[in-house]
Design a protein around this ligand. Structure first.
Ligand code: NAD
Length: 306
């Protein structure tokens, strides 16, 4: 018995193709601890995303051998308890790297070319006037600053290079050889602020990175850069960003993530016309969803096969 615990798409066609042929597959959507205990009784494996596997739940599922999360993270699972009870946990850490990098570049290009602004003028005001817009500049030759130079921003960096952008970065933990391989000139955050026309912030959210991008960055910008965040809203001090937008130090921003999600539309960041938003959508594509479902099913099959 294998339970798909977060079957929000309603069918399990993808999973079924990649799970053991003789498995009894239960496809459901369960959210409470009680529901998980009840539904997963007797199951050897689950494919999950949000269903809570707390210690209490795990202790009541003696047949369970593997929780294959169909996600990047594993924060729905008590990992210590799983380890103690001998239950394997897998995830699919990289299924949407392409999408997030592509989305970051889409936000950068949309902002630099004023695509949402022009579209609104044409559609809502029926104005066909290129000059009725913020001043635009050539992207070829601009400098892009990467705060956090992990796998996703490095993919964006390769794309940005194709547009003729120069790359600089701030990431105290990035090996020198990796920076060299990607042609990223590493420097302190203040210096990055001074030289960048585009700043892509991509640090993961951890206690040490909470609100780590704030006045320390925005107070040093010199070229009225645009600021883009596709990582986690909690890494950016939104008040400091709003101040920088208000003073004009930052020309515009593009945010896929904000500090409160689902969004609180009363918050200050939503007051500025020169900020474009997408609703934490960077990871999403049908290709990515198919991949995460297929690979978590494969994780179960490979594990059960030893
Ligand atoms: P990664 O793990 O490959 O790299 C993280 C980088 O951040 C590392 O190079 C690390 O050295 C650096 N870093 C850590 N602390 C730092 C600090 N204090 N200052 C500067 N750099 C620091 O991460 P990645 O794959 O590039 O990005 C992962 C993040 O992307 C996730 O944590 C998640 O927040 C975000 N994400 C967003 C979406 C979305 O839909 N918007 C989807 C998937 C992932």
């Amino acid at each position: 018995k294998i339970v798909i615990t977060d079957c929000s798409w309603g069918s399990y066609d993808v999973e079924k193709q990649h799970l053991p042929k003789d498995a009894e597959v239960v496809c459901t959507q369960i959210l409470t601890e009680e529901e998980v205990i009840e539904t997963c009784k007797g199951a050897v494996a689950t494919l999950s995303e949000y269903a809570p596997f707390t210690r209490r739940v795990l202790e009541q599922l003696p047949d369970l051998k593997i929780i294959a999360n169909s996600a990047m993270g594993v924060d729905n699972i008590d990992l210590d308890a799983a380890k103690e009870l001998g239950i394997a946990v897998t995830n699919v850490p990289d299924y949407c790297f392409d999408e997030v990098a592509e989305h970051a570049m889409a936000l950068i290009l949309s902002t630099l070319r004023n695509i949402p602004g022009y579209n609104e003028k044409v559609r809502k005001e029926k104005k066909w006037d290129f000059a009725d817009a913020p001043k635009l500049y050539r992207i070829n030759g601009m400098t892009m600053g990467l705060i956090g130079c992990g796998r996703i921003p490095r993919k964006a960096a390769v794309m940005a290079k194709g547009f003729g952008m120069k790359l600089v970065g701030y990431d105290p933990y990035l090996p020198k050889e990796v920076a060299e391989e990607f042609g990223i000139e590493m420097m302190p955050m203040e210096r990055l602020a001074e030289v960048s026309d585009v700043i892509l912030s991509h640090v993961p959210l951890m206690p040490s990175t909470e609100k780590m991008v704030g006045k320390n960055l925005f107070d040093h910008v010199k070229k009225q850069p645009i600021f883009v965040n596709t990582s986690r809203g909690g890494t950016v001090d939104h008040d400091a960003l709003c101040d920088a937008l208000e003073s004009g130090a930052v020309r515009a921003a593009a945010l896929d993530v904000v500090d409160e999600e689902p969004a609180n539309f009363a918050s200050r960041i939503f007051k500025y016309d020169n900020v474009i938003f997408t609703p934490h959508a960077a990871f999403y594509s049908e290709t990515a969803l198919e991949e995460v479902r297929r690979r978590s099913a494969e994780n179960v099959t490979h594990f059960l096969a030893g």
